[in-house]
Design a protein around this ligand. Sequence first.
Ligand SMILES: O=C([O-])CC(=O)C(=O)O
Ligand SMILES: [Mg+2]
Length: 218
Amino acid sequence: MAARNISRFWEWGRKIICVGRNYADHAKELKNAIPTEPVLFLKPPSAYVREGSPILVPLYSSNLHHEVELGVVIGKGGTAIPQSAAMEHVAGYALCLDMTARDIQDECKSKGLPWTLAKAFNTSCPVSDFIPKDRIPDPGNVKLWLKVNDQLRQTGCTSQMIFSVPYLISYISEFISLEEGDLILTGTPKGVSAVQEHDELQAGIEDVVAMNFKVERH
Ligand SMILES: O=C([O-])CC(=O)C(=O)O
Ligand SMILES: [Mg+2]
């Protein structure tokens, strides 16, 4: 068997841990309270989709939203990782979209039910190429952008995050052990909006990476 290569982490079948409401301006736009502790949810590895394949609108949703986010790829596993050692566990990064069936999420929120079908469906986690750690010297100062059909919809900087990357690694690993190949999605800045069939999404990290995805229906 060929040696596994972290630069193809999405093929490893490892978990995707997502942080929600990590930017105050996005929490406000959806009328959510600013969290005092990270809000966590999961996506399965079957959520991954790569450039060249489309993002599919789930059959049950008529309000699919984009959320552009910095993804952190774990290179060394651990439990209860102290913040001071957290960056030693990072192999690199990826630009990610946390595709969200907002209508389903709203329904789940109002019924007090989990967000699984709103967040974890097939193609709900588009990812860029792997970004080696040294390409992003400071994960606390990364500029993200997203366009729909050439119109700028989201811009933000990870300096606006409520909880930093080292804090998130430490916090998550207290309760959920991190493994090599896991991905942490660190939350989205404001500007989330609906996408339709045939839309073209482009997203990037300034000076580092860009990616394109087409939206299709089943
Ligand atoms: O659905 C939401 O608003 C929570 C979330 O994923 C985020 O803030 O990135
Ligand atoms: Mg999100």
